[in-house]
Every structure is written in structure tokens, then in C-alpha cells.
Design a protein around this ligand. Structure first.
Ligand SMILES: Cc1cc2nc3c(=O)[nH]c(=O)nc-3n(C[C@H](O)[C@H](O)[C@H](O)COP(=O)(O)OP(=O)(O)OC[C@H]3O[C@@H](n4cnc5c(N)ncnc54)[C@H](O)[C@@H]3O)c2cc1C
Length: 444
């Protein structure tokens, strides 16, 4: 029940989850299956999945391309989550389009990467029947419309709508202990870590919220919240927009798989655009990765005049300065911007591996999405990070394949918190409720 005076109401919860993207919603799902926890999910927008979780390529990635040592948690979460998503989509009758993904070695020196991929696929738990490696001549005879030196086909990669998935999971979380607080932003600078209190606001009304534990799944704002709680102070965040273009309905129907290319610069978040077969069988190309100065600059370069200044000079400055003095980074960023502005530039990047592709096949822009990448003095972080403090848990750099791995990744976080006593007294998971998944699926 609310208490408080005037424009400020007061509430108290055991757990506050900040951010209603696919991560915050799956975390809330798992928390809500544990009897006796009073949970609030606070979301700045009017509904869940308004940002990255709806604005992405929509591919459930199989973990063939994930180095099991460097991307250990994501490789595990992607493998575990595949079956969870499949059974969920079937039982809720949601779009599930097993398009498969063909990843091409465009340059001869990338062929070694294909060998790594087939090794990692097995190490990460994929069945050998799920993928095939093609040398150049086999690839050209099976896919005459492609150009490259070889490829790997991952048959079980699947196109879905992660926005629909997130909303369906959210709808299934109905119990008296769960409260959704939409249109409300947690003000990072207001968090009082010692007293476990924060302020949240919807513009008109303020809320003072007390919590036992805060889980930070705030995507673009996750690092600000961690900084406000004294964590990850050596890290900074940069934003990269990915634009998509729609392909005319009657064009390139003969291409039935997603077509990716092995990224030329894996150390940077710049991907070569892909050819995508969406969950509804429409075709698109994208995304590029153009640097922008605010987290929701879905058009243009920033939302407010001061955003560039803030992004560049907010502390810590060193990681950003190092990048902006890196010649290679600057030249790649420049060319990403060209393909953001020009349909022709974007199209030419696809024509390099699908020669019959022509610019006049592109119709309108699709929905753009923004990736929030964390950097430190060594450069871009390859993996996501989970930081646990006594009254908070923070998930930072939760980028692709974040949507793919969300069910198992968030189960892992909640399970760990239960195990380590962060959620108070140990709870009996035999009494676990929940309409979609149970912990025993993740930890048999
Ligand atoms: C272009 C692009 C393509 C991608 N393609 C794929 C793909 O094909 N497959 C895949 O698996 N992954 C893909 N990803 C990655 C995937 O989309 C993300 O990893 C995932 O959506 C991140 O989910 P999230 O919940 O952390 O973030 P978000 O969906 O961004 O959610 C964070 C939420 O926090 C809210 N918030 C922020 N600050 C506050 C605050 N102070 N108070 C309250 N609420 C706040 C925001 O409003 C937002 O709703 C892609 C990402 C991009 C950008």
C-alpha cells in the first residue's frame, strides 16, 4: 500500500528490478516463481520491451560462434535457452521461424574461424546434425547467389519476435506479490546505497522506494546506476545505432536463410550488415553500428543538444579518449555513419556477399535499435558482467546474444542469489510456482 504526503508516495519491496526489457522481465519471472518475495519491476516507458528488446534482428542464435572460454556464460545461456524458447513459443502459439543462419568467410583468412566455429558448436553442446561447414566450391554449388570462401550453416538458428516474447512472459507473471510500475524512472543520483532507498519519478509524482535488494537491468542506464552505487567506476558506456532496411516483398525470396559474414573487426562492435529472414518471412538488411551520443537516438545523432558533450566528458573519460584517439576506430565509425545515412552505402555492403542484390530492392527503413557498449581502458568488453554487492546486483554490457540467452541467464542470476542468501532466508524451490519454466529445466 502507498503511504507518504503530497506528491511523494512511499513504498517498500523485497526486490526491485530496474528496467523492463527482456532481461528485467525474465528476471521478474524467475523471482515471481519464488513464494514469499514482494517484487516491483520499474520501467521508464509505458510498457515492457520498448527498446533493444523489440528493436533487434530477432534471431535466436545458436552458440556455434561463441568462444566457450571467452563467452562462457552467454554460450551456456544460449544453449540452455534454445529449448526453453522453443517450448514456450509452441505452448503460447508464438511465431517461430527456423530459418537457419549461414555465416560466410568473405576473406580467405577467415576460413580458420570456420574451423573454430564447428569446434565451439560441439563444445557448447550443439548436435553435429545442427550444422554443416562448406568449402568454397560446395558453398557456391549449393548457394550460387553467394560470394565467399566458405561458410557454416547453423540449421537451428530461428527468427522470432523478442518483443512479443517479452510481453507474453510479462503477462504470465500475475501474482499478488508482483507490482509493475510503468512510466517511472529510477533516478540514479538519488540512490542511497547505505539506507537502501531510491527515488523514482514519472514527471508528476515522486516515489520513495525502500528495498532489500535492487537488481539493475536498466540497459542504457545500467552503468549510471552502478556508478551511483559506487561500482564499475573505471567503466564508461558508448551507444551504437543499428539501422535496418526492408527488402521489397517479391525480391530475393529464393534466399531462405539469414546470411551473416564473419566480422572483420571483432574487437569493435561494428558488424557487417546481414541479410535477415524475419519471423514473418519478410526480408531485411542490417544492422550497421553507427556511434550516437544518446541512448535513444533512433534518428539523428543525439536527442538533446548537450548529449554529445555529456557522453564524451562524463567520468571516466580515459576509456573514451583512448578510443577517440584510435585511428582505426575513427575510420570504422565514419564508414558506419555513411551506411547509416545512405541506403546505397548499406546496400553495397550486402552486395559484396550477395552479388545479385541491388539497391532498388530496398524499400523503407525498418526499426532502428541501439546497442549500449561498455568500455574500459583496455577497450570494449567482450562479455556481459554481473556485479553483486550486499544490497544490489548489476548486469552491465548485456548485448547480443542477450535476447537469445535471457531465460537461462536470468535463471542463473536468481538461482545464484537464492543460493548465496542475497534474497534472505533460503527458500524451498519445491514450492516454486510459474507458468512457463521451472529452475529444474535449467539445473536438472
Ligand atoms: C541492433 C541490435 C540487434 C540485436 N540483435 C539480436 C539478435 O538477433 N539476437 C539476440 O539474442 N540479441 C540481439 N540483440 C541484443 C538484445 O536485443 C539485447 O541484448 C537485449 O534486448 C537487452 O535487453 P535488456 O533488457 O538488457 O535491455 P532493454 O531492452 O534496453 O531494456 C532496458 C529497459 O530499462 C529501462 N530503463 C532504463 N533506465 C531506466 C531507469 N532509470 N528507470 C527505469 N527504467 C529504466 C528502459 O526503458 C528499457 O526498457 C540486438 C541488439 C541490437 C541493439
Amino acid at each position: 500500500m502507498d503511504s507518504g504526503n503530497g506528491n511523494t508516495v512511499e513504498r517498500n519491496y523485497d526486490i526491485i528490478v530496474v528496467g523492463g526489457g527482456i532481461l528485467g522481465v525474465t528476471l521478474s519471472y524467475w523471482l515471481s516463481t519464488v513464494p514469499g518475495l514482494k517484487i516491483a519491476l520499474i520501467e521508464a516507458s509505458d510498457d515492457v520491451a520498448r527498446h533493444s528488446s523489440s528493436r533487434n534482428t530477432g534471431v535466436i542464435h545458436r552458440p556455434f560462434y561463441m568462444n566457450p572460454e571467452k563467452k562462457k556464460l552467454f554460450a551456456w545461456a544460449s544453449q540452455k535457452s534454445y529449448g526453453m524458447w522453443k517450448s514456450f513459443a509452441m505452448s503460447f502459439n508464438l511465431p517461430w521461424n527456423p530459418t537457419g543462419t549461414l555465416e560466410i568467410a568473405r576473406r580467405e583468412e577467415d576460413l580458420g574461424r570456420l574451423d573454430n566455429f564447428s569446434r565451439w558448436a560441439v563444445q557448447n553442446g550443439m548436435e553435429s546434425s545442427e550444422f554443416t561447414v562448406f568449402n568454397r566450391s560446395d558453398m557456391i554449388s549449393k548457394y550460387p547467389f553467394l560470394r565467399g570462401h566458405g561458410a557454416i550453416l547453423s540449421r537451428t538458428d530461428t527468427s522470432v519476435d523478442f518483443g512479443i516474447f517479452t510481453r507474453s512472459i510479462f503477462k504470465s507473471i500475475k501474482n499478488d506479490d508482483f507490482t509493475f510500475i510503468p512510466d517511472t524512472s529510477v533516478e540514479a543520483e538519488s540512490i542511497d546505497t547505505n539506507r537502501s532507498i531510491l527515488m523514482a519519478s514519472n514527471g508528476k509524482r515522486k516515489m520513495r522506494i525502500g528495498f532489500h535488494h535492487l537488481i539493475n537491468a536498466a540497459g542504457s542506464d545500467s552503468l549510471n546506476i552502478a556508478h551511483a552505487m559506487g561500482l564499475a567506476l573505471d567503466k564508461a558506456m558508448l551507444h551504437f545505432r543499428g539501422d535496418y532496411w526492408k527488402v521489397a516483398n517479391n525480391k530475393l525470396r529464393e534466399i531462405e536463410n539469414n546470411i551473416y559474414t564473419i566480422p572483420e573487426h571483432p574487437e569493435f562492435p561494428f558488424l557487417d550488415p546481414h541479410f535477415i529472414v524475419r519471423h514473418d518471412n519478410s526480408r531485411q538488411i542490417g544492422p550497421n553500428a553507427a556511434p550516437v551520443f544518446s541512448p535513444y537516438a533512433y534518428e539523428g545523432i543525439s536527442e538533446r543538444l548537450l548529449d554529445p558533450f555529456r557522453t564524451l566528458f562524463e567520468k571516466p573519460v580515459i576509456p573514451k579518449l583512448k578510443l577517440f584517439l584510435n585511428h582505426e576506430f575513427l575510420s570504422l565509425a565514419g564508414s558506419e555513419w555513411k551506411s547509416s545515412l545512405s541506403k546505397k552505402k548499406m546496400g553495397l555492403r550486402v552486395k559484396a556477399f550477395i552479388p545479385k542484390f541491388s539497391i532498388d530492392m530496398l524499400l523503407d527503413r525498418g526499426i532502428a535499435g541501439i546497442r549500449h557498449s561498455v568500455v574500459d581502458a583496455k577497450g570494449f568488453l567482450e562479455d556481459s558482467i554481473i556485479l553483486n554487492a550486499s544490497n544490489s546486483t548489476h548486469i552491465l554490457n548485456y548485448n547480443s546474444p542477450g535476447a537469445t540467452g535471457a531465460p537461462a541467464y536470468s535463471a542463473h542470476i536468481v538461482h545464484d542469489m537464492l543460493d548465496s542468501g542475497l534474497l534472505g532466508e533460503r527458500r524451498d524451490l519445491d514450492e516454486q510456482r510459474g507458468k512457463i519454466w521451472k529452475f529444474e529445466e535449467v539445473y536438472p
